[in-house]
Write a protein that binds this ligand. Structure first.
Ligand SMILES: [Fe+2]
Length: 225
């Protein structure tokens, strides 16, 4: 249910298909200084996951990372009524507005840094960098489908159509390129992200990158024109 990558960092994988192709969703879990948990990109919340999280720590904050990754946010609002909710501006949630922080950069706990990807108002994705563990969490900024288990021929074909090259390697999707309205602003956000010392990348879709993560992120973002 939770995969541990290093002390204090876990992921949860939720099976997900789009147009018949495998695009599993990844949720990030980070243990904070006070031993509570920060959740990046909440997945579906079955009772088994809730139990595992309860055994790991108290969920003190969860973040809806973009307007495209809000599927289960209302369930989390109900399940964790005392947790801080971070969500993009304009996203309607079934919880009191005073519980929601709309500006992630002002709201994150120590050791976590948020960068909102500029130039894409219809997405409004915010990535989070965990300084202590040198881990970057993104939702749809980059996909890493090459190493996703159990891929079919259709999966690979679809990845190619969606702009992930022939193998589904770490890349910015064609859809993201299409949704970028201000490429200079987007580039500025990428430069900010590349200031981080990235040893591990957790993507919203695909495998966690643990080898040459910085170089792979740099190359994927630099291919975006
Ligand atoms: Fe996504």
């Amino acid at each position: 249910m939770l995969t541990q990558w290093v002390d204090g960092v876990w992921t949860n994988l939720e099976p997900f298909e789009f147009l018949g192709a495998k695009f599993d969703r990844m949720m990030g879990v980070i243990r904070l200084d006070d031993d509570s948990l920060f959740i990046y990109g909440p997945n579906r919340l079955p009772s088994e996951l809730k139990d595992v999280l309860a055994a790991t720590g108290e969920v003190s904050c969860f973040m809806v990372p973009s307007l495209f990754h809000d599927n289960h946010a209302n369930d989390w609002c109900a399940a964790y009524p005392d947790a801080k909710v971070i969500a993009p501006p304009g996203l309607a949630l079934e919880c009191p507005e005073e519980r929601i922080v709309r500006n992630a950069t002002d709201a994150l706990p120590d050791d976590l840094i948020a960068v909102t990807v500029e130039g894409m108002p219809k997405v409004h994705e915010t990535v989070v960098y965990d300084e202590l563990n040198k881990t970057l969490f993104v939702a749809d900024l980059m996909f890493n489908l090459a190493d996703a288990p159990g891929r079919t021929r259709w999966d690979k074909r679809f990845y190619k159509l969606a702009g992930f090259g022939s193998g589904g390697e770490l890349a910015v999707s064609r859809l993201f390129r299409f949704l970028t309205k201000d490429k200079v602003a987007f580039r500025r956000s990428c430069d900010r992200i590349l200031e981080f010392e990235i040893e591990r990348l957790v993507v919203g879709h695909g495998a966690v990158v643990t080898v040459d993560a910085y170089e792979k992120v740099r190359d994927a973002l630099s291919r975006f024109k």
